[in-house]
Design a protein around this ligand. Structure first.
Ligand code: GLA
Length: 372
């Protein structure tokens, strides 16, 4: 059984609670986030999914064996939240795990795929993130991690299809077993990398990776993404305080170029103007949502400046220069003087009469040009 690929023609845009709030989530937070989507113009910019991550479940299943929301944190239940999201033209996402417990230690879906999928469908859930902690590998003697992942994600995928309810399935096994090679048709998204750290580059603790490390691991997987199935280099850290303004712009632009999910990971109830401007940037979002869905490739790399190219559905091309190093660089314009058609600077929203000879790329920054 295959999932409905038409549910996700372009990468999902939305929000997820994890990066900023971790397990400390409540119904109030979700309600206020839904309100912020509308009030801050995020819905108008294309953001739709309000995704609740780990931390929503009660510590035990109910008497009928169903997952149930934590009564103190989500007293009104999940159905009420999905109704609220739908009334606002938004969608609600939820989280579970392939193993016996979630990464945060709450009940998870191992051996309960069908009942859980049915509960999610009853609640009107539109998106499910399915994690990879506490997997009982001992139940699969002789199988490698990729085969266990295919088995367990396959079970949830089939269970969702069987409900007949349209649910986007997001696999979260951190790239273990190269899911990009086998997950298309089973899930709509597959994580390619460990969890993102709120750091541009450099040393990160075990199990998390900086924006630059993730970029390098994900950019080489461009061939595997396309309508209905996307590489997922994890949620955004824009607005969480660990990146400078230039680094945030690079992080957001690179995720747009790579056709990555744009899942905001900051507190949307206290957005500042600069963050709002970046995450609603029409030119960058148009690149992310381009219907051709051909992620950027790295076509050259010299002295820490990477040249990226992404073809667009209207026949134009997007060229980007990403300077990973800590000092500004001036490099020749990607096409020399030979651009066919008009050239615009996407981030500055400026059209050039004449193609620039040299381009200054700030330390840790990007420049993005659309040609043709
Ligand atoms: C894993 C996932 C994260 C988040 C946490 C929740 O680490 O990769 O994105 O969902 O679990 O516990």
């Amino acid at each position: 059984m295959s999932i409905d690929l038409s549910l996700l023609p372009t990468p999902p845009m939305g929000f997820n609670t994890w990066n900023h709030f971790h397990m400390d989530i409540t119904e109030q937070l979700v309600v206020e986030t839904i309100e912020a989507f509308v009030a801050e113009g995020l819905r108008d910019a294309g953001y739709r999914y309000v995704n609740i991550d780990d931390g929503w479940m009660a510590p035990a299943r109910d008497r009928r064996g169903r997952l149930t929301p934590d009564p103190a944190r989500f007293p009104g239940g999940i159905r009420r939240l999905s109704d609220l999201a739908h009334q606002q033209g938004l969608k609600l996402g939820l989280y579970t795990d392939c193993g016996t417990r979630t990464c945060g230690g709450l009940p998870a879906s191992y051996g309960h795929d069908q009942v859980d999928a049915e509960v999610f469908a009853d609640w009107g859930i539109d998106y499910l993130k399915h994690d990879w902690c506490h997997v009982p590998f001992e139940d699969f003697p002789g199988l490698g991690e990729a085969q266990v992942a295919e088995t367990l994600y396959g079970r949830m995928s089939d269970a969702i299809v069987k409900t007949g309810h349209p649910i986007v399935l997001s696999m979260c096994n951190w790239g273990h077993g190269h899911p990009w090679e086998w997950a298309r048709g089973m899930a709509h998204l597959w994580r390619t990398t460990p969890d993102i750290a709120d750091a541009f580059s450099g040393f990160t603790p075990d199990g998390v990776m900086s924006v630059c490390e993730i970029f390098h691991r994900n950019i080489v997987l461009a061939d595997f993404a396309g309508p209905g199935g996307f590489n997922d280099p994890d949620m955004l850290e824009v607005g969480n305080g660990g990146l400078s303004a230039v680094e945030e712009e690079a992080h957001f632009a690179l995720w747009c170029l790579m056709a990555a999910p744009l899942l905001l990971g900051n507190d949307l109830r206290s957005l500042d103007a600069a963050t709002r401007r970046l995450i609603t940037h029409p030119g960058l979002i148009a690149i992310n949502q381009d219907p051709l869905c051909r992620p950027a490739r790295m076509v050259a790399s010299e002295g820490g400046v990477h040249r990226l190219l992404r073809p667009m559905a209207d026949g134009s091309s997007v060229w980007a220069l990403f300077n990973e190093r800590a000092c500004e660089r001036s490099v020749p314009f990607p096409l020399g003087g030979n651009a066919a058609g008009p050239v615009s600077d996407v981030i500055a929203d400026q059209t050039y009469d004449q193609v620039p000879g040299q381009v200054a790329v700030p330390a840790h920054g990007v420049r993005v040009f659309r040609v043709g």
